[in-house]
Design a protein around this ligand. Structure first.
Ligand SMILES: Nc1nc2c(ncn2[C@@H]2O[C@H](COP(=O)(O)OP(=O)(O)OP(=O)(O)O)[C@@H](O)[C@H]2O)c(=O)[nH]1
Ligand SMILES: [Mg+2]
Ligand SMILES: [Zn+2]
Length: 140
């Protein structure tokens, strides 16, 4: 599948992207991290590099992602990015419901009723809190 194609390998830092590519083509000799690098959260691959396969085609080895930056998003915009929330938010008692603590929240009711995956709701809460934290430091 990789032959004569241009592919990009992405994933969290330290999962073994560069190691895997080295196994597929021993000529590459990409730098591979040590486990202590992984534990310290250090990237081994520091920039995305386009490399040529001996068997034809190219691959881009990328530095792993450690976290997403949500700098450009406000906490009240977040619900719009959860597509299963979209049609339900109108059911909340308060139009500015944050879906965190309010009574009459249709989102939390849907989580309780197993209509929204609890993992998705937990992601929402986590990202919401990150947004709030940024807003606090930005506006204080
Ligand atoms: N046990 C085990 N260790 C692995 C495996 N794949 C990679 N490793 C080890 O994990 C560490 C990190 O591997 P890398 O290939 O540098 O990881 P990476 O995804 O390229 O990391 P970044 O370049 O930081 O994004 C090295 O010590 C590898 O030897 C695997 O399948 N099993
Ligand atoms: Mg790497
Ligand atoms: Zn709500």
């Amino acid at each position: 599948m990789l032959r004569n194609q241009l592919s990009v390998l992405v994933g969290p830092s330290g999962v073994g992207k560069s190691s895997l590519l080295n196994k597929l083509d021993a000529n590459l000799q990409l730098k591979v991290g040590t486990l202590s690098d992984v534990e310290r959260g250090r990237h081994t691959t520091t920039t995305a590099a386009l490399v040529k396969w001996a068997f034809g085609g190219h691959i881009v080895d990328t530095p792993g992602m450690r976290q997403f930056d949500i700098a450009e998003m406000e906490s009240d915009e977040l619900e719009a990015y959860f597509k299963e929330f979209r049609d339900r938010v109108r059911g909340c008692r308060f139009p500015d419901c944050t879906h965190i603590h309010e009574v009459g929240c249709a989102i939390r009711a849907a989580v309780e009723a197993d209509e929204i995956f609890v993992e998705r709701y937990e992601s929402y809460v986590k990202i919401f809190e990150e947004c709030k934290e940024k807003e606090r430091t930005r506006y204080s």
